[in-house]
Ligand binder design. Structure first.
Ligand SMILES: Nc1ncnc2c1ncn2[C@@H]1O[C@H](COP(=O)(O)OP(=O)(O)OP(=O)(O)O)[C@@H](O)[C@H]1O
Ligand SMILES: [Mg+2]
Length: 296
């Protein structure tokens, strides 16, 4: 199938007085329309910088190479003014921290309306307001008309995350990127947000790039999973394959760290416990749609 997004040989480096740091190293993956792909990996593996690079939201000091094909366009080659027209409309993001992603001194209704107005300049004020209210309704915020003028602190953590999702989906993007959308939430609310994302995805048929460090969360939502380690994909497969037949030592260690009813949580492997070859060897397709790096 034709992919919606194809990240091709993406590398991201940061330069500072301390030297050059490679955050993402030759990363390639694609997402089909309507598909959910999860990026999984420990803190610092390069998940968020990948997401930010796709929307061209990285710090301008970041050095980004490779291509980010969205349909027929390489977004890394677009002038900023064209990117502004696509960001939020073709692809939108739900950020990692709901409290910092929302402006604390602006009502939530106004924040959603602003995002709609950027892309729908011909809509009247009343029509924009109506669209914003519908967006709040779609994520099950009770009494959205009454709550339109309330500020972020007047909502619970789970509701704030719903508001961010409403904001991201208000322009009906074909790709939604959700960066750890449930990490800050307790388990019950986490499950509700996952249900919501699944339901909204089904209704809108948007593709979803779902970022998490938690394989047990990923198992509930993704069709395919890419496991990242130090800016590289070490294994990529359908969710079913990855859980049934994990190949890479790092994937296995992440799976061993998933708590079950019968086991205690083991910590994932430390960097020194994974053979260098397992990060340096090429990604090869060992079965249909199942890619991994050889461990030795
Ligand atoms: N603006 C920046 N300047 C320099 N280095 C950065 C910058 N942003 C990110 N990095 C580095 O890039 C690497 C990847 O960071 P990233 O935020 O993508 O990790 P992550 O996988 O999202 O982790 P987490 O699970 O903690 O969110 C890290 O080593 C980080 O320190
Ligand atoms: Mg992150």
């Amino acid at each position: 199938m034709q992919s919606l997004l194809r990240v091709d040989h993406l590398s991201i480096t940061f330069s500072s007085d301390a030297g050059r740091h490679t955050a993402v190293d030759d990363l390639s993956f694609s997402i089909a329309p309507g598909e959910t792909l999860a990026l999984v990996g420990e803190s610092g593996s390069g998940k968020s910088v990948t997401a930010l690079a796709i929307l061209r939201l990285l710090d301008p000091r970041a050095n980004v190479t490779g291509s980010i094909w969205f349909r027929e366009e390489d977004w890394l080659k677009l002038p900023e003014r064209d990117m502004v027209a696509r960001r939020g409309r073709d692809a939108a993001m739900v950020f990692q921290e709901p409290m910092t992603a929302l402006n604390p001194v602006m009502s939530i209704g106004k924040q959603i309306a602003e995002g709609i107005r950027i892309h729908q300049r011909d809509l009247s004020r009343a029509a924009v307001r109506q669209r914003a209210i519908e967006a709040l309704e779609s994520v099950s915020i009770p009494e959205p008309r009454r709550r339109f003028d309330d500020y972020p602190h007047q909502f619970s953590g789970g509701q704030r995350q719903r508001i961010l999702i409403a904001m991201a989906l208000a322009n009906r993007p074909s790709l939604l990127i959700a960066d750890e959308p449930t990490t800050a939430l307790d388990v019950t609310v986490q499950a509700q947000i996952l249900d919501l994302l699944r339901e909204l995805k089904q209704r809108s048929n948007a593709a979803l790039l779902f970022i998490s460090h938690d394989l047990s969360v990923v198992a509930q939502i993704a069709q395919r999973v890419a496991v990242m380690r130090k800016g590289k994909i070490v294994e990529m497969a359908t969710c079913a394959q990855l859980f049934a037949n994990p190949q890479h030592p790092y994937t296995r260690s992440l799976l061993a760290a998933v708590p079950t009813m019968h086991s205690d949580r083991n910590a994932p492997l430390a960097a020194t416990e994974i053979p260098t070859a397992a990060l340096e060897s090429p990604l090869v397709e060992i079965a249909t749609d199942h890619w991994t790096r050889a461990a030795e």
